[in-house]
Design a protein. Structure first.
Length: 325
């Protein structure tokens, strides 16, 4: 009798297990940012918290300190990272096999426009440096090797035929110290405006923002089609006594193309819903608009396409990948 009873209970438990609704596990995602303290890193921390709060039943997003855009693209290609922050320049070049690694990195898909960054080149005013051509024979600094700042500095130096005595990669805080003590004479930084590092420098030192001619811009934009010419408005810094024309680079968030369409749709939609939180972390995010996605240099994720079409954007054919056609 007891054997018959427990046999019945066992069958009933199995029946309940089969008929009970299945709870789908959260999708664990990893996002590549930049070195600690960089804009990508600061934004990533706030963004992950905001998305986890809004999509907590679907997403468990963590961020990873990385070397920046190039590293993020490589990690996504190898499926070691799900999401990453990149510049349109490096993404476009690497997607088309024109990066420093002879390979096409085509697993990434753009889904969120971030903000434009500006290449700002500065020196102490008493150094006498006023234009980009004045760095010949000087020791110049930039961010760590592999960063957008370092790669942009190298690209400008090579394209314009400049001949600095030395180019050193180092964190922003170290750049300030080496400028102040005379070890370096100029610094290259790809950042939003106003850049905290320049504001900090101007708090105790008078600086010059080094300028370029229109001929310089023409050469650079021909060599690097994903670059644009931007403007730092007069008054942004004490040194900006007039509008300063500079190189501008768009930033985007990209996702691996194999991430589910609905997941990326949800993340895209939720990101625009939490923009005020993101702008508290990185002020430039206050200017982010959905239509900025059209500046992308790589195709969009099909989940992002669904969202942008839903709000009325027309996506050009060049931004629609094969899997979304």
């Amino acid at each position: 009798m007891f054997r018959t009873f427990w046999k019945f209970v066992g069958v009933a438990v199995m029946a309940l297990a089969v008929s009970a609704p299945v709870s789908h596990a959260k999708q664990r995602l990893l996002m590549g940012t930049s070195t600690g303290g960089g804009s990508y890193y600061v934004l990533g921390g706030t963004w992950s918290n905001a998305l986890n709060g809004r999509l907590g039943d679907k997403v468990d997003l963590s961020i990873e300190v990385t070397g920046g855009p190039e590293t993020n693209i490589m990690l996504i290609e190898n499926k070691e990272m799900d999401l990453g922050m990149v510049t349109a320049w490096q993404a476009g070049d690497m997607y088309n096999g024109k990066g420093k690694v002879p390979q096409k990195f085509q697993a990434m898909r753009s889904f969120i426009p971030l903000y434009p960054s500006y290449l700002q080149i500065y020196a102490l005013a008493d150094s006498g440096l006023k234009t980009i051509h004045d760095i010949d024979g000087k020791h110049v600094a930039s961010s760590s090797a592999g960063s957008s700042s370092f790669l942009a500095a190298r690209a400008i130096i090579e394209t314009l035929g400049l001949k600095p005595a030395k180019v050193s990669g180092m964190p922003a805080s170290q750049q300030l110290n080496t400028l102040r003590d005379g070890q370096t004479q100029a610094s290259f930084s790809v950042m939003g405006v106003p850049a905290p590092v320049i504001m900090e420098m101007e708090a105790s030192n008078e600086i010059n923002l080094l300028t370029m001619t229109q001929e310089d811009f023409s050469k650079l934009l021909e060599a690097y089609p994903y670059w644009t010419q931007g403007v730092i408005p007069k008054g942004t810094y004490k040194a900006a006594k007039e509008d300063i024309h500079v190189i501008s680079l768009w930033n985007f968030a990209v996702a691996h193309k194999d991430l589910p369409e609905e997941l990326v749709y949800d993340m895209t939609k939720a990101t625009f819903e939490v923009l005020p939180q993101l702008a508290n972390a990185v002020k430039d995010m206050a200017k982010t608009k959905p239509e900025d996605i059209l500046y992308s240099s790589v195709p969009l994720h099909k989940g992002a396409i669904k969202y942008y079409r839903e709000i009325g954007l027309t996506i050009p054919d060049k931004l629609i990948p094969a899997e979304a056609k």
